[in-house]
Ligand binder design. Structure first.
Ligand code: SF4
Length: 278
């Protein structure tokens, strides 16, 4: 079962699974109409052919894009190896294979039905053609939400400053001190800090979020996170759920009461802290 980027459980598991089966498709109807063009002088050249493959498609989500009806596009591969990651198959490149052209055919049929598209992974900013891909979605009139682990601040800035994303959700894996442990690999912390600093003042709606993986991210780490993202727009602490497709082991969930305690640790630094999946 696919999860939201970086671990948050997605709802309607069976339905989602069926959607994914349904959309592992080479049989989505291809329309003959051309892509909508735009006179807007964007920086990127919109393509009709891409050298990238979508690894999963959730046709409808009411939760992945806050306040919007959306579909969710999953890109495989990630530069992190978070032990609590729910999408081991996706991260390790064993997802579905959905051609980009088939996705856009699907999307054309959702005009006027969906508000937006949630672009997630894995880490979607690993895809070299992601800007062009997102621009094509925007030119069709959809809003775009981007999930990222924050490793690519320049790409993030480029997307925001070209008005290609409407909402960014960035993971904060742990405190700076605990980051490599939570990410399961060596981390370029400078890049993560650059993304955090950028979003704190960026002209885009955003959220930071942390998966509360007990045994990996401790209460002291949440104090460090609060200090780090002080004054953030929104911060979510997400409950950990074992999907059965984890990258690692030795992680479990905090209880509801413990999660509330974690929220209290962060509240002095970030006024808008919410719990998810509790
Ligand atoms: S490995 Fe970590 S950063 Fe990558 S998709 Fe999984 S949870 Fe997100």
């Amino acid at each position: 079962m696919f999860k939201g980027n970086c671990g948050e459980p997605l709802p309607f598991t069976q339905g989602r699974l069926e959607c994914l089966k349904e959309t592992t498709v080479s049989h989505l109807p291809l329309l003959e109409e051309g892509l909508q063009s735009s006179d807007t002088p964007y920086k990127f050249n919109v393509k009709e052919r891409y050298n990238m493959i979508i690894s999963g498609l959730q046709k409808l989500t009411l939760l992945d894009f806050p306040g919007r009806t959306a579909c969710t596009v999953f890109f495989g591969g990630c530069n992190f190896r978070c032990p609590f990651c729910h999408n081991a198959s996706l991260v390790l490149g064993h997802g579905d294979r959905i051609e980009i052209e088939d996705f856009f055919s699907f999307l054309r049929l959702r005009k006027g039905i969906l508000d937006g598209v949630a672009v997630t992974g894995g880490e979607p900013l690993l895809q070299p053609e992601i800007a062009s891909f997102i621009q094509q979605i925007k030119e069709m009139g959809f809003l775009v939400k981007l999930d990222t682990n924050g490793s690519f601040p320049k790409k993030l800035r480029e997307l925001v400053e070209n008005h290609l994303v409407d909402y960014v959700a960035m993971d904060i894996k742990s405190s700076k001190k605990g980051y490599a442990r939570a990410a399961g690999c060596a981390v370029d912390l400078e890049s993560i800090c650059e993304s955090v600093d950028y979003l704190l003042g960026a002209p885009v709606e955003y959220e930071f979020r942390t998966t509360a993986a007990k045994g990996l991210v401790n209460p002291e780490d949440f104090a460090g996170i609060g200090q780090w993202i002080r004054g953030a727009q929104q911060y979510f602490i997400q409950g950990f759920v074992d999907s059965g497709d984890l990258l690692g082991s030795g992680v479990c969930a905090y209880t509801k009461e413990e999660m509330e305690g974690l929220r209290d640790i962060v509240l002095p630094y970030v006024p808008s802290v919410s719990l998810r999946g509790v």
